[in-house]
Design a binder for this molecule. Structure first.
Ligand code: NAD
Length: 333
């Protein structure tokens, strides 16, 4: 069987470090995969004149799957983020973030196990902003029936595939009656096609409070783009932070798997970054590629290292380097 090509995008800051660690583990699994490295991020702007070179997008379109490290963004002004660009150009309409408690990572809750499904292409992220008169800016929130139905269906299908019991649609339709109202209508309609899955609705502010009070009552959350962005990080915080949570951006034919943390400029180049998030994203990627046994092997190895609790990186209170951690995972395979 021919090897499957995976596009690798190192990204900025700690990106190359956590990516090298993850690729080492993938190589140790001896999979029929070939890695094709492509550039994106702020550190390659000088070379290409853009943070998302055309050839990178073309490579992902060809391979259909990419593993990506974090890329930096310029706050206020400058070019759009490489992430938003990739999502738009590849129509990666859904963001999937499983949030599960990690053994020996001390947090307020020990049994969190929920999935955040975020619409990835519209809402306020459409980037439609303009100055009406100096001092007054308008930012447009776009919600369409097509994108809302598509994400609701993705959420229910994913819940069904994993045998999940409940889908919660999240909104602020009491205030944004038209936009969030449409989103909610689409979720309700799709929900009726899945009578075996319980459906409920939560207003975003109440959801945040309930998540902090007791996250274990939630199963699969479906949200429009901005709420999804914020709630994803809130949920990551419930299980130990951005260093231990994986993520995927999935379209009809293409998927990009990436850690959800940023480029961590404060620790970049020091060899102490935690590669768990990207490794767990690689676990999701193997599952998506239908390499289920290998995906389980890698997930079990990560689980084992955390259960033993001897090798941990600085962000989780340990003293291990990225290399120490990677070697522990490879030994556990
Ligand atoms: P950040 O996630 O980079 O850092 C927040 C804190 O978490 C820092 O103290 C950092 O050291 C720590 N941290 C993050 N990942 C870690 C890891 N794997 N191991 C150990 N510690 C880790 O967030 P930020 O500082 O707000 O953002 C920095 C840059 O990253 C910005 O340019 C931002 O736009 C970008 N960013 C990119 C992505 C992405 O590409 N997916 C996501 C978020 C932020």
């Amino acid at each position: 069987m021919a090897n499957r090509t995976v596009t690798i995008i190192n990204g900025d800051g700690i990106g190359p470090e956590v990516m090298a660690a993850t690729v080492r583990v993938l190589e140790a699994l001896k999979l029929p995969l070939e890695f094709e490295y492509k550039d994106a991020g702020t550190e390659v702007i000088a070379k290409y004149g853009t943070n998302l070179p055309h050839e990178t997008v073309e490579a992902v379109l060809r391979s259909g799957v990419a593993l990506k490290g974090p890329t930096g963004t310029v706050v206020g002004g400058g070019m759009p983020s490489a992430n938003v660009g990739l999502r738009k150009r590849l129509d990666l309409y859904s963001s999937l973030r499983p949030v599960k408690s990690v053994p020996n990572v001390k947090t307020r809750y020990e049994d969190v196990d929920l999935i955040v499904v975020r619409e990835n292409t519209e809402s306020l992220y459409a980037g439609l902003e303009h100055i009406i008169v100096p001092g007054v800016v308008e930012s447009l929130k776009i919600i369409t029936e097509k994108a809302s139905t598509r994400i609701a269906r993705f959420g229910f299908e994913h819940a069904k595939k994993l045998g999940r019991k409940k889908v919660t649609a999240v909104h602020k339709a009491n205030i944004m009656k038209l936009s969030d109202g449409l989103f909610l209508d689409c979720c309700r309609k799709v929900g009726r096609e899945y009578p075996e899955i319980q459906y409920e609705e939560f207003i975003i502010d109440n959801l945040c409070m309930q998540l902090v009070k007791d996250p274990t009552r939630f199963d699969v959350l479906v949200l429009e783009n901005l709420y999804g962005d914020i709630v994803s990080d809130l949920c990551a915080g419930l299980v130990g932070g951005l260093g231990v949570v994986p993520g995927a951006n999935i379209g009809e034919r293409t998927a990009v798997f990436e850690a959800v943390h940023g480029t961590a400029p404060d620790i970049a180049g020091k060899g102490i970054a935690n590669p768990t998030a990207l490794m767990m994203s690689a676990v999701m990627m193997l599952e998506w590629l239908d390499m289920r046994d290998e995906s389980k092997r890698m997930a079990n190895a990560i689980q084992k290292v955390y259960t033993e609790g001897k090798v941990r990186t600085g962000d989780l209170g340990g003293g291990a380097t990225t290399r120490d951690f990677t070697e522990a995972i490879i030994a556990a395979l």
